[in-house]
Write a protein that binds this ligand. Structure first.
Ligand SMILES: [Zn+2]
Length: 213
């Protein structure tokens, strides 16, 4: 169902693109971990390439979990990308003929990503940004809230709660790490719904389970 909705959006966008080639816009794909954000980003980028549009993809240098030069979804879909340090570096790296810019893991970029996205969109570029909208405590993860506010189109992706099977909107950290940014996957996080999410997740899951039972 979510896929159909996203596809519907996409068709609409490519129609716009055909009719108004010099008009840019911002799309944000936001959700918890394991919600298919990167997969949806890669799907849109592939479709743009099928439409023979010039595509460039960026990811923050911090995220080298699976690959240095590709964005990779949890389902192993991948797309070539350039690792970059700051949002401003994206502006410098975008070629004049580029029509679509994909950015993965938007939450790991600095606040300047908001300005950069606006500059590119005003220049006529379709900017697609995927990112975590909340950190492991359930706090909005900047600059994603600001990007959601300036985006023309928003897709919220949901994972499946590992506890109860409901749509999951939260990333539960299941290991003890104090820092906000701890890059990891299934070994460090799991998807949880609002009911099953434990906000202050510095305690490992086993402890939480014991306390709850
Ligand atoms: Zn649940």
């Amino acid at each position: 169902m979510e896929n159909l909705t996203a596809q519907g959006n996409d068709e609409h966008l490519s129609q716009l693109r055909t009719h108004q080639p010099n008009v840019g816009w911002i799309e944000v794909i936001a959700g918890s971990m394991f919600s298919g954000k990167s997969e949806e980003l890669i799907r849109r980028l592939r479709r743009a390439k099928i439409a023979r549009q010039r595509v460039q993809v960026f990811k923050p240098h911090i995220d080298v979990r699976y690959s240095v030069d590709h964005i990779v979804s949890h389902s192993e879909m991948r797309h070539e990308s350039k690792s970059i340090e700051t949002a401003a570096d994206i502006l410098a790296a975008v070629a004049p003929e580029t029509e679509v810019v994909g950015i993965d893991e938007g939450q790991f970029f600095d606040a300047d990503l908001v300005r950069v996205a606006n500059v590119l969109a005003r220049r006529g570029v379709r900017v697609i940004i995927a990112g975590l909208d909340q950190d492991y405590t359930g706090t909005p993860f900047e600059p994603m809230p600001q990007l959601l506010a300036i985006a023309e189109y928003i897709t919220k992706t949901h994972a499946i709660c590992v506890r109860c099977g409901q749509p999951a909107n939260y990333s539960q950290r299941i290991v003890e790490r104090a820092e906000r940014v701890a890059v990891g996957a299934a070994d460090m996080y799991e998807a949880r719904c609002r009911r099953c999410f434990v906000p202050h997740a510095d305690t490992p899951t086993s402890h939480i389970t014991e306390a709850d039972d």
